[in-house]
Design a protein around this ligand. Structure first.
Ligand code: ADP
Ligand code: XUL
Length: 517
């Protein structure tokens, strides 16, 4: 049986088709937004230069990418063999739709593009995404109404967070009350794409709903007090919350007629990219820790019990296979590594050479590579914090800067994830940068753990294909993990420095943070 997993991420829309009987990958493909859809002027998947910390994307770009993806995938494998579908989306992004939405999606015409048909149902042209940090005031207002940050955290698993959808919705309601009034449905990226596939308005799963500051993590349902504190009439504008294992519907005839997918196959509810990656990495039972180096860097694990971050930077999300997961997100992930790479006009090979030519500890030169305000820890700065020689701080030492960037990221990651109280022996690494051995070695050295990569690189899409298979056949998650979540041969890395090698650097970074404006 073939199943299809989709991943509507920040910089690309990707897909994997798996054969569950053979335990093999049939096809993998991605549409990069900047490269394939330049007409949207979003080279990195979002509209650049947003004002007041706004970061938005055009939902039509995601729809165009979905069509290109399915078109290309049809050339790589036999789509008629696909028996079930699921997917995931970048977390927190919200899509605003008017009442036309409910009429348009059941009647999608395969002769007209999705974007063209759905455009008229957008009550807001663009969708704020997870990089948006424009809602500081709204976070404070929600906190005040609910009884403080700790009260919001106890209910929703996170204190009010600027990029989370609840504060984003409140800002839209305050700034564009008429457009808010005309909004009949608010979807996340995941539930929006899921609805389009089904031709039917679909629920939001508990994994992605927990990234909104609107769902109660004890009842796994909308929290009336949080809704009330966020915006009026919100309960009617949100779809229901359901467990990720729910069948969302069956595939709309639009996709069978246009792309040759079989008519009426089941679609399992979509979830967020990180919860989906938890499944794809074979980590949905407590015990495994995953670090994803995608556009954002994330550190996450399934949790035996719910523990909240006392500093308020970490999150508790729903685990798509039941229970919960903890997550810490670092906004300055790949985009910061790219910024350092581009500063010296390096390509990834030269970036890697720089890591190989320099020594662990970097001769005491350290950096917190925050090119945009960071959320872990919360810091409102626009350029990296550095300490070392004058030449280093003046960006004259290219190789030292590259090593300082990666070391600073992982030292900060270690410090910010301590609240989870996990003592890993191995970290499972995924995301675009995970294939870089020199980066992975630094993770092993700093955390003093083994680092393992899996054979499949796209763990988000894989997790979706695995969930689709579990929900639509007798195959178990254990069987799927055996086939698809095995380590990449010869990819295991061990720490190569002594346990306290990085203590001095960690102290220097702590001082840099203390002194930060
Ligand atoms: P997302 O799913 O968030 O859109 P990915 O997980 O696909 O992102 O990761 C994309 C990122 O991976 C790119 O932005 C790039 O910075 C990074 N990347 C790709 N190749 C390498 C490499 N060889 N070394 C380091 N980073 C890389
Ligand atoms: C998680 C987060 C990002 C996005 C995009 O809280 O904001 O990891 O899910 O990948």
């Amino acid at each position: 049986m073939y199943t299809l997993g989709l991943d509507a991420s920040t910089q690309s829309f990707s897909a994997v088709v798996i054969d569950t009987a053979e335990g093999s990958i049939v096809a993998e493909h991605a549409i990069n937004f900047g490269q394939h859809l330049p007409q949207y002027n979003a080279p990195q998947g979002f509209i650049p230069d947003g004002k007041d910390g706004e970061v938005h994307a055009d939902p039509r770009m995601w729809l165009d990418a979905l069509e290109l993806l399915l078109q290309d995938l049809g050339k790589l494998c036999d789509l008629t063999k696909i028996k079930a579908i699921s997917g995931a989306g970048q977390q927190h992004g919200s899509v605003y739709l008017n009442k036309e939405w409910f009429k348009i999606i059941p009647e999608l015409n395969p002769k007209v593009n999705l974007a063209e048909q759905i455009e008229v149902s957008l009550s807001r042209n663009s969708a704020p995404i997870w990089m948006d940090r424009s809602t500081h005031e709204e976070c404070r207002e929600i906190s005040a109404k609910v009884g403080g940050d700790a009260a919001v955290c106890e209910r929703s698993g996170s204190i009010p967070i600027e990029r989370f959808s609840g504060p984003q919705i409140r800002r839209f309601y305050k700034n564009e009350p008429i457009a808010y009034e005309s909004t009949a449905r608010i979807h996340l990226v995941s539930s929006f794409i899921c609805s389009v596939l089904c031709g039917n308005d679909c629920p939001i799963d508990t994994g992605d709903a927990s990234g909104m500051n609107l769902m109660n993590i004890e009842h796994w349902d909308w929290d009336p007090e949080l809704l009330h504190a966020t915006a009026p009439g919100l309960v009617d504008k949100l779809p229901p919350v359901r467990p990720a294992e729910t069948q969302a519907g069956i595939l709309s005839s639009f996709f069978s007629k246009k792309f040759g997918l079989p008519a009426g196959i089941p679609v399992t509810l979509f979830t967020g990219d990180n919860p989906s990656s938890l499944v794809g990495m074979g980590a949905s039972q407590p015990g495994k820790i995953v670090v994803s180096l995608g556009t954002s860097d994330t550190f996450f694990a399934a949790m035996p019990q719910v523990v909240a971050d006392p500093k308020g930077c970490g999150h508790v999300f729903g685990n798509p296979m039941g229970g919960s997961m903890s997550l810490q997100c670092f906004v300055n992930g790949s985009l910061a590594r790219e910024a350092v790479k581009d500063k010296f006009h390096f390509n990834w090979n030269q970036f890697t050479n720089a890591l190989e030519n320099t020594k662990p500890g970097n001769g005491g030169q350290v950096m917190l590579p925050f090119f945009r305000p960071e959320v872990s820890p919360r810091l409102n700065c626009e350029r990296p914090l550095m300490t070392g020689s004058e030449a280093f701080c003046d960006w004259q030492e290219a190789e030292a800067a590259v090593r300082a960037c990666v070391e600073g990221q992982f030292l900060n990651m270690k410090c910010c994830s301590e609240w989870m109280q996990l003592q890993p022996k191995t970290i499972y690494l995924t995301g675009g940068a995970s294939k870089n051995d020199a980066i992975a070695q630094i993770l092993a050295d700093i955390f003093q753990v083994n680092v393992e990569r899996l054979a499949v690189s796209g763990s988000v899409a894989l997790g979706a294909a695995m969930r689709a298979a579990c929900q639509s056949s007798d195959i178990t998650l254990d069987e799927l993990e055996l086939s698809f979540c095995s380590p990449l041969e010869n990819s295991l890395l061990y720490p190569q420095v002594a346990p306290h090698h990085y203590d001095a650097a960690a102290e220097k970074l702590a001082k840099l943070l203390e002194a930060a404006p």
